[in-house]
Design a protein around this ligand. Sequence first.
Ligand code: CA
Length: 443
Amino acid sequence: MSAAFDATTDGALRSWIDVPDGSGFPIQNLPLGIVSRAYESPRVGVAIGDSVLDLALIAEAGLLEDALPGARAILTSGALNAFLARGRGAWSALRARLSALLSAGNEELRGAPGLTERALYPRAQARMHLPFDVGDYVDFYSSIEHATNLGRLFRPGGEPLMPNYRHIPIGYHGRSGTIVVSGTPIVRPSGQRRPDPQQPPLFGPSRALDIELEVGFVTGPGNALGTPIPASSAREHIYGMVLVNDWSARDIQAWEYQPLGPFLGKSFATSISPWVVSLDALEPFRVEGPHQEPEPLPYLRTSGAWNYAISLRIELQSAEMARRGLAPLTVSQPTFRRMYWNVAQQLAHATANGAVVRPGDLFASGTVSDLEPDFGSFIELTWRGTRPIRLPDGTQRAFLEDGDTVRLLGHAGGDDTPRIGFGEVSGRIVGADMGIKSTEVSP
Ligand code: CA
């Protein structure tokens, strides 16, 4: 697959809006999100530099109608779903139009009387909402390093990879209703766990609360029931990507996951970053994935580069660190480029049986673990608590404590090319207070 030259990714392009050095939101990015200020209804905005441009107001001024017929209704709807449903032609047309309007030398928007004063404002003033109404949510298991590590931890002594791993992009259907936007506090989940295999299970707050650093893609038009999406058409159905923190309670997971897979250990919360970075913006950062051996079945074969060179980072800050003004600790820096199964294979596999994909479905990659020590979860980083992480406040962590804040960050490029940032997805752990009687005995 080769894409035509796209002027919107040209590294020489500059905006008339100030973009600080090192910003992840230059004119080559143009990620979309759902924003509002006080008393405003949520609407579509685009991030540029340290600013937000309110696209609902730009559409009301008539500046987007030619590129996106119906722009006003689509961009005031409070979710990206209607835009996602329009498909690749509309996605690229709006991007090209925004790129033109924001380019240095273009006066259409900049010179419109009073418009930028109303529509352009500091990003710090924007309240960020969930960018799209999440329809179905699928979580894959596409990092072979992660799958190998988890196999060793959960099934010690056995073959770490299941026999199907190199044949099937393993995944499960998750819970879309508990997907939340970055910044939403995460309540420590309660559930069943069995710390002593010789004793009955207990019910109570998880003692092994973890994260999973993931990258997810959001879908566009979708397919009719019974009609698979071939891998070669993935680009027509994938709009863009977000960062995902798939919070996981390892003790609940370990007790419940056999024989049917993840359930309550995963479904209590999944956080996503608020800005959706388009595949168009990521186009310059496509790379070949790892060699797949054995060769996948024909419906899973892709041609061209379908992995993305995205640099990721996990930061942890305890409540005590925040109180003392200590900076968050970087605990891992994996890259996304080595994922075993790519997004086109994931989408082709998820629909191979004729299952339906709709605008606003979220497909998460699975934990992005790189080579040691850059793993994407604490269960791997601390090897199930046997190698705790030391924090600058003098404490140590096997898993997350109440008051801990985890921040995931990601970007592509940034050296000789524009830096295409995802922003961040963060969440702070708050104590369990479910009003449900615990069966734990107080120490
Ligand atoms: Ca996951």
